[in-house]
Design a protein around this ligand. Structure first.
Ligand SMILES: Nc1nc2c(ncn2[C@@H]2O[C@H](COP(=O)(O)OP(=O)(O)O)[C@@H](O)[C@H]2O)c(=O)[nH]1
Ligand SMILES: [Mg+2]
Ligand SMILES: [Zn+2]
Length: 221
């Protein structure tokens, strides 16, 4: 019985996610769903991305948090449209929440929509929201074993961004083991090493994103 309830929930979400996806395709918007544990650097990476790409692309942000508008306020200072979703008790975003938030964003003018999911290494990976790609951020202090302990997140993602490489001299993180573990659960995973603090490696993330946006928006024009 319980298994069936869970399956119905996921199927209902999948339908709404598919509708969102069709809307994004019609508008030619590239959508990335950013996932990580709390504090890995999702908002920091969004802020760097907005500053680097906002002159080239029209960007919108959807922020997901259990409570507060702290992240949306951080983004708002960069002068681009942002919507905060407060999930209350829910530990992930789903297709319905994204659909509701879309009314608050000038959708037809956008090229890039970044969704910051709730900080959580488990269920965000189970709920599609209509995105083109899921991107995972893992920060060096979290430990090299996380990809094998939480494999679904890494399996569902197209790219893994390893953040906080500036901390490597001070912590016990075997970054090669981290990358090997990620490749073990998803051999196709692209891996980028960055620091939002020193900005090392960010150019590779921007290049990855630019290519994705170019491909998606080309279908519109
Ligand atoms: N040393 C260091 N700290 C970082 C880096 N990226 C983010 N932080 C810090 O980590 C904390 C959590 O970052 P935040 O972007 O809020 O993470 P989120 O919870 O995933 O959105 C903040 O205090 C950031 O300043 C980094 O590359 N290096
Ligand atoms: Mg955040
Ligand atoms: Zn959840």
């Amino acid at each position: 019985m319980e298994v069936k309830v869970v399956r119905n929930l996921l199927e209902a979400n999948e339908r709404i996610a598919q509708e969102n996806k069709e809307m994004f395709a019609n508008e030619g918007i590239y959508v990335v769903n950013l996932m990580s544990a709390p504090g890995a650097g999702k908002t920091s990476l969004i802020e760097k991305t907005v500053e680097a790409l906002k002159d080239r692309w029209q960007i919108g942000i959807i922020e997901g948090d259990i409570a507060t508008a702290i992240d949306a306020e951080r983004i708002m200072s960069h002068g681009i449209p942002v919507v905060q979703i407060n999930t209350g008790s829910a530990c992930h975003l789903d297709g319905n929440m994204i659909r509701d938030a879309l009314g608050e964003i000038p959708l037809s003018s956008l090229d890039l929509l970044i969704v910051e999911n709730v900080g959580n290494l488990v269920c965000p990976a189970e709920f599609n929201v209509g995105e083109d790609d899921k991107a995972m951020i893992l920060s060096t202090p979290e430990g090299s074993d996380k990809p094998v302990k939480y494999p679904l997140m890494f399996q569902e993602s197209s790219v893994l961004v390893i953040n906080k490489i500036d901390l490597l001299p001070y912590i016990d993180c075997d970054i090669n083991a981290m990358k090997n573990n990620a490749k073990k659960v998803n051999p196709k995973l692209e891996i980028l090493e960055i620091s939002c603090k020193t900005e090392e490696g960010l150019d590779k993330w921007f290049a990855w994103l630019n290519k994705k946006i170019e491909q998606k928006t080309a279908q519109k024009r």
